[in-house]
Design a protein around this ligand. Structure first.
Ligand SMILES: [Zn+2]
Length: 300
């Protein structure tokens, strides 16, 4: 039973006891919830209408059926409100998904040549990316209940999206291609990279470019959601891998399959390491901060 169902159940009980005044403990919820307020108004109206009749005129049977009808009506309203909420979240997540996808393609377009792709391919990749973003946004919007594995899906979505934002910022300021060029220009790095195959280079840089954003995002989220950090980090890593896949494919336009796969594999490894390590660090930080917090509370 959620908060509204509980409230309306208690209101029905209050009415059944003949109490037309709003119970004090329910007033706060009614002030903030239009659905329950309206339900309470209708319940009282029905009750008054019934009350206009004398005791004998209200047979037990009628009272039973009316009560059942009022409860059914309330349930229907609940269901309507719920489907309206679902519809709204779907609309918001699809809109944000498209916005994020367009913004991401724009960032990548600044850094790599997307003309290797035909407009149709670009469009369908953009659409797939928008769908992935929409799912992540939906996780953030609807995943507030205490879910499976002891982690609210909301935090997984937030960590994945935040890591993706950081990753785009990183790529926007210095893409992997640019990073490799710098490495080749610097004499020391050139010496270091001389014997390394380009596939290995992309694997290493790919894992670094996933590890860093996830490390930061999971650490921040880990402070807010310190339970089960390893699971949280792995799940955030999974969301991030899905979100970052279109980015890698778009940047690998002219590359060989070997290089692309090495980059993707590096990204998966970086994500699965960065996520748990980041959220473990966040959870440790939470434990460090907590004694200070309660200490201050006790002092006042
Ligand atoms: Zn309510």
């Amino acid at each position: 039973m959620n908060r509204c169902e509980q409230t309306q159940f208690e209101l029905t009980n209050a009415l059944a006891e003949g109490n037309l005044h709003t119970p004090a403990e329910l007033q706060a919820h009614l002030r903030g919830c239009a659905t329950c307020r309206q339900a309470w108004q209708e319940m009282r109206l029905t009750w008054r209408a019934l009350g206009a009749l004398t005791e004998e005129e209200v047979p037990a049977k009628l009272w039973q059926t009316t009560r059942a009808r009022v409860l059914r009506e309330l349930e229907r309203e609940q269901a309507n409100a719920e489907s309206a909420r679902v519809g709204k979240s779907a609309l918001v997540s699809v809109t944000l998904g498209v916005v994020f996808s367009v913004a991401s393609v724009w960032v990548l377009g600044q850094k790599s040549d997307l003309s290797a792709f035909s407009p149709q391919v670009l469009l369908s990749m953009g659409a797939a990316w928008a769908a992935l973003y929409a799912v992540a946004v939906l996780l953030v919007m609807r995943g507030d209940s205490e879910a499976r594995y002891g982690i609210a899906a909301r935090w997984v979505g937030i960590a994945g999206l935040a890591a993706m934002g950081l990753s785009l910022a990183l790529t926007g300021s210095c893409s992997i291609g640019q990073a490799l060029d710098y490495c080749k220009m610097s004499p020391a790095m050139r010496h270091l990279f001389a014997g390394v195959q380009s596939q290995t280079q992309y694997f290493l840089l790919g894992s670094l470019y996933s590890l860093l954003p996830l490390l930061i995002a999971s650490a921040i989220v880990g402070i807010k959601a310190p339970r089960r950090p390893v699971v949280l980090g792995l799940m955030a890593g999974g969301v991030f891998v899905a979100l970052t896949l279109p980015a890698i494919l778009l940047q690998c336009g002219a590359f060989s399959v070997g290089v692309s796969l090495s980059w993707i594999f590096g990204s998966v490894v970086g994500s699965l390491v960065g996520g748990p390590v980041g959220s473990l660090a966040g959870a440790a930080l939470y434990r460090q901060l907590r004694p200070v917090h309660t200490g201050a509370g006790a002092a006042t």
